[in-house]
Design a binder for this molecule. Sequence first.
Ligand code: ADP
Ligand code: MG
Length: 698
Amino acid sequence: MWDSPLEYLKGVGPQRAALLAGELGLRTVGDLLQHYPFRYVDRSQFYTVAQAVEGPAEIQLRGTITRLTEAGSGPKKRVVAHFEDATGSLELVWFQGAKWIKSSLPLNEEVVVYGKVTAFQQKRNITHPEVEKWADFRQRPVRGLFPVYSTTEKLTSRGLHARGLAKLIAGAAVHLDAPNVPEWLPENWLRQFNWPVRHEAVRSMHFPADANSLSTARQRLAFEELFLLQMGLQVQKTQRQKANRGRVFDRVGPYFLHFYENELPFELTEAQKRVVREIRQDVRTGFQMNRLLQGDVGSGKTMVAFLSMLLAKDNGTQSCLMAPTEILAQQHYAGLLPYAETMDLQLELLTGSTKTAERNRILADLASGKVDFIVGTHALLEDRVAFSNLGLAIVDEQHRFGVAQRATLWKKSTVPPHMLVMTATPIPRTLAMSAYGDLDCSVIDELPPGRKPIETVHRTDSHRLKVWGFLKQQIALGRQIYLVYPLIEESETLDYKDLMDGYESIRRDFPAPQYAVSIVHGRMKPADKDYEMQRFVRGETQIMVATTVIEVGVNVPNASVMIIENAERFGLSQLHQLRGRVGRGADQSYCILMTGPKLSDDARVRVETMCRTNDGFEIADVDLSLRGPGDLLGTRQSGLLEFKLARISQDQSLVQTAKWCAENLLREDPTLGLPQHQALKKAFTAYARGKFVWSKVG
Ligand code: ADP
Ligand code: MG
């Protein structure tokens, strides 16, 4: 019955079946029974008319309707019913559907009335209440929590409003039994977690006996969804590892050791040490490493990358480090060059603006194996870039690259290189587990010592004079300032005008020769961009007016103020990234979020969150709850994260339990061959069909 088409269910028929499929994607009886309520209303309590006071909550009364009248005319025309119980009376009012109300409302018979009480000209009334005969109400399968189903306008017009759907589902519920809805979770888990069997859980979702049974039913069913996903990810990971034998880096050799012992400019943080250890363990297993490295802005991912590159060198291979922007690639190159030189290693930079002769030399050296490390932009992905022996590919700011672009790196070597993908956009732990569960994840959750937390404030345009005064103070102290405009789409002419207007007015308010202002945006030629950037880096300009091109990676330790214009237009992770441009030196740094006077609810939460905390993971949690996983991750696997019941941001411990259960189960029974796992195997196979194509890192 579970899989039979809805058409044959009593009360449906071909037309409604087509509508249910088109509007809600419900095709089978099973689909309908898994169309869970989106909320419940508590119908366990009755009020008397005397107790019924005006308020926002819906309440329920029991009594009789003694007469009906029509009042008003035109748009004010309404049906008014006189409702009473032993304690008093009030009015029920309908502005629409007069004809239907008049013909169907039961008079002088006991009814249950449900709605919100409002007061109008000293009289209490309930507008558009639900009315049900007491005789029918008593027949309801449960008395407490009533299910409310989501529906659509089209369905409503065919009688499948929330109540109609409820009736249909109540009818279909006779099929909720063990043969139709077989159990597939191992029995001992149900016992351990105290969960109802499957068909009872589905029933409780629709007709909960009480809040507690609803909660355990929901937990059990949400667990199923999360568990199947984790099983898929685990299996996928094992398959990928089998398919991709990796190079074995089993030597920690002279380059790594020399650098570590003699050249390291600072003591690594404990978190950096841990991640380096994790990487070292990965690259010696014989499997290809696929590691995602998350670390907040400024947590020191570059050094971890460089140490890994040395490890690759020690094992006779080349490495590449790919960055999303030219500026960032240049900074990596400039930062790593002194280290490479002291150890006589050849480090090159390849970007879109590398001159032809230089490019040809680099390409030749790369192919012959003379180049040890190459840093670059997308230019590294081009076909003509061929390595002699690529052992490690590192991608910085992974979210800026598409999956296909990253995958190109895999093909640059006959044995796929070890992959290390770095991101400064923290992903909440449970989301990472769900979205990247097939990858290995490392986290640098500690900043280098001595950093002062950035002070963040919110200001509106009316404070602008004061803000400018503050900037002048900071400049007088020798500090530098970023001023960022939202150019979400670099092509948006309006945004571009905002930016240029802003630039002009800054130049007026901070006039030469006392002040010098740089500007960088996406419409500039790379050479001009670079020139302006360099002037700021060298301290020749005090203010950098920019778009989000400076979002990633740029490092100017002397910059101590970040002003974000129209901050309400930025997402949380972008705000956090931008703020990370300051606070890199020893000085106290500031972030000023400029907004208009009025903020939407979401924008207010974003701004308040930024002012409250500097912790990227905390910010990511808020971001997840505001936007949901699909938006946070883009398209990657977000289809896998579409659940009926599970909510990654709220079901954190359930996600962990699911992961733990999947890992243990596969360790105990990798092929799911044991007799007690046959039902589970069947459920998993059905779920995973066509869903899991093992993905490449990131
Ligand atoms: P991100 O993780 O944002 O890429 P970087 O690698 O650019 O961070 O590091 C930020 C700054 O912190 C750099 O100037 C770097 O030299 C410095 N740094 C990194 N690790 C340490 C450490 N363990 N102790 C002190 N400074 C460090
Ligand atoms: Mg970085």
